[in-house]
Design a protein. Structure first.
Length: 260
């Protein structure tokens, strides 16, 4: 597809368009593997269709629903939705707006995870978009996921640009993806079995978050307990969970780790 951005012609990218349920591949101008031939990037966009159907649509979030009043932070289709105006965008500090941010982080992180397992490559971006390699590589260091109070502080004080806020969503998604990628190769089950587990658990996300989506800010770590309910653990799994999750969540959802 030939697309334009505020800076000019867009290239070297791919998008999943929610309203049309299609993957759009932009012209490639670099010297690496074209995006259209990078199985990981295509798989990443393919996963968004699963997340859209099983999570976003189930939560009845409008197509083009945005994060923090920035149209670019969810799917870039707000202006294609008939009858929608800027007044329909939730306030940046509302629970819904911040939970949209969380949802974007989950969506992007799980798409990277899906693609990494599908290709067997933790650095599938490198062949086409080496500038993303260090930021999105799945076998790099992990760290803690933000809590709702962290989001409130960021949204309440930050004067970041839309692109910077989008980067924060991707960054938190990467933290989650790196944790889950380690678990996928922990030996508890095969990577394919782990990927299947994640896909089968997607419908549980809206069931768990729907009742409070508009009233309380979600912790980004919440999705781990949703996706890994009854997940078998070993010492390696527990060590990685302990590196990322808060103690209350560990005690509540991964009590088996107390034995390691």
């Amino acid at each position: 597809l030939n697309m334009t951005s505020p800076e000019g012609t867009a290239h070297n990218n791919a998008h999943y368009f929610t309203a049309l349920d299609i993957i759009g591949l932009l012209p490639y101008t670099s010297s690496g593997v074209p995006v259209a031939l990078n199985h990981g990037i295509v798989a990443h966009e393919h996963f968004h269709a699963h997340f859209q159907r099983e999570v976003v649509n189930a939560l009845h979030l409008p197509i083009g629903q945005v994060v923090s009043n920035f149209e670019s932070l969810f799917y870039p289709l707000f202006n294609l939705v008939p009858g929608k105006t800027p007044a329909d965008v939730p306030d940046a500090r509302s629970p819904r707006s911040m939970n949209n941010f969380v949802m974007r982080a989950w969506n992007e992180g799980l798409a990277d995870l899906f693609a990494g397992i599908y290709t067997g490559q933790a650095d599938f971006f490198t062949a086409s978009l080496p500038q993303l390699a260090s930021a999105r590589q799945l076998d790099a260091d992990i760290g803690p996921l933000w809590k709702g109070k962290d989001l409130l502080r960021v949204f309440g004080q930050s004067k970041a640009t839309p692109d910077q806020m989008l980067g924060l969503a991707y960054g938190q998604g990467t933290v989650m993806a790196r944790l889950l990628y380690r678990l996928a190769y922990s030996g508890v089950e095969t990577p394919d079995e782990f990927s299947k587990r994640i896909l089968q658990r997607l419908p549980m996300i809206p069931l768990q978050v729907r009742s409070s989506y508009d009233t309380s800010i979600m912790d980004l770590e919440q999705i781990v307990s949703i996706l890994l309910e009854d997940y078998p653990v070993n010492s390696y799994v527990c060590a990685n969970l302990q590196a990322v999750l808060s103690k209350p969540l560990l005690d509540r959802s991964f009590a088996k780790c107390k034995g390691f």
